[in-house]
Design a protein around this ligand. Structure first.
Ligand code: GLA
Length: 389
């Protein structure tokens, strides 16, 4: 279990900063999105899995209405804020994520009126800025820890919803629900087929090892400056296009509607719409392949082609890839990957590649020759947010 060292680090940090032992340890994972990118704020389909890299929150209750937060990555000293001082934008820096979750849980009545605050120490093995949702892991571990020390219950659906709300309304980042749903609902050896309109979730076994396959994660270790403004810009374009086309969300269009969309939109907006419509379709096709049985033979080829087609669409129509992501995707394919694509929001971060186990070395070599700074690991589909101890 890879969670143990991270849990020990969180507990050790708690003891050294606050004195005494934490009341409990709560863990939440990062994610990779297998397919379905930039569809979640268009009410569409996504297919993520939680990965076995966790953020762990060691926490204990307080009685004086104060929240204290410290992290192994944050430089040692704790940030402190009174619960009645929590307002969007305060504090700044990484603590705005856990502070935002305290604010959201308080506002939603998940935490009782009598809640007296908490001390929390975090440790994480989800690399920051890698497109693997370190912020969702931080939010979901915080949500469980706060509910835990308050003796309150929170369902995975409430956890995901309030974590996304905290990120949008408190931290000021206009993300969709993908990352928080994946971190809250992740399941061992499984992908989650999520309809982001209804939040209905179907869990599909994703036993790649049985089919002699693995999913490589390739972290480019670049995070581009324009990620936030680029994301907001894509979202706004999609919302305006939906309005022009007379639908509640782009999810309501099919490829049969594309000629009409081309006639009504400018060229760039049309390409954005075409990405979303074709990507929703690719998610459904991918899920259909999983329904047919293990990814072998023609099913494997078809699955690989869908992944690569997703990348091409994100690169050319949605324009959220970057040179390093394109480089590693091309190198992985040249090295023999069945399919490869960027994963997450883009503008840097990570790519994934579906690879036969006997080609892992070749693909890794090809990727590292093309981008020596890349960091490569095999993704294992893992359990979502839970109390660890
Ligand atoms: C980021 C956001 C998600 C989602 C992806 C793109 O990870 O946080 O909500 O929009 O980008 O699919």
């Amino acid at each position: 279990m890879t969670i143990e060292p991270t849990a020990q680090q969180a507990a050790a940090l708690f003891e050294s900063v606050y004195g005494g032992a934490p009341a409990g340890l709560w863990a939440a994972p990062g994610r990779v999105n297998v397919i379905g990118e930039h569809t979640d704020y268009n009410a569409g389909f996504v297919l993520p899995m939680a990965i076995d890299k966790y953020t762990v929150a060691a926490a204990a209750p307080r009685r004086d209405g104060v929240l204290r937060m410290v992290s192994t990555a944050g430089g040692g000293s704790a940030v402190e804020i009174a619960l009645d001082q929590l307002t969007p934008g305060n504090p700044r820096g990484w603590t705005r994520y856990p502070a935002g979750v305290a604010w959201a849980l308080g506002g939603a009545g998940v935490l009782p009126q009598t809640f007296g605050g908490a001390d929390i120490a975090f440790a994480s093995e989800v690399p920051v800025g890698s497109g693997l949702s370190s912020s969702a892991a931080l939010e979901c571990s915080t949500g469980l820890a706060l509910a835990g020390v308050a003796g309150a219950n929170i369902s995975p659906a409430e956890l995901a919803r309030l974590a996304q709300y905290a990120e949008n309304a408190y931290a000021g980042i206009p993300c969709g629900p993908l990352d928080q749903l994946a971190s809250a609902f992740g399941a061992d050896g499984a992908v989650l087929f999520i309809d982001t309109r209804t939040f209905s979730i179907n869990v599909y076994p994703f036993d790649l090892a049985d089919a002699g396959l693995t999913l490589l994660v390739i972290n480019t270790r670049v995070s581009h400056d324009n990620a936030e403004s680029g994301y907001q810009d894509r979202r706004t374009t999609c919302e305006k296009a939906a309005e022009v086309l007379g639908v509640a969300a782009l999810r309501d269009l099919t490829s049969a509607d594309l000629p009409q969309a081309r006639a009504q939109l400018d060229e760039k907006a049309f390409r954005r719409v075409r990405h979303v419509v074709t990507e929703d379709d690719r998610v459904e096709r991918f899920v259909n392949l999983l329904n047919l049985g293990p990814l072998t033979g023609p099913r494997l080829n078809a699955a690989g082609e869908l992944l690569t087609a997703s990348h091409v669409s994100l690169r050319d129509d949605y324009e959220v890839s970057c040179a390093e992501l394109d480089t590693v995707v091309d190198a992985a394919l040249r090295g023999g990957a069945h399919g490869a694509r960027m994963t997450g929001g883009g503008f840097g971060g990570s790519a994934i590649a579906l690879v036969s186990q006997d080609r892992v070395d070749k693909v890794s070599e090809a990727v590292l020759a093309a981008l020596p700074q890349a960091e490569i690991f095999q993704a294992v589909a893992a359990r979502g947010a839970h109390r660890f101890a």
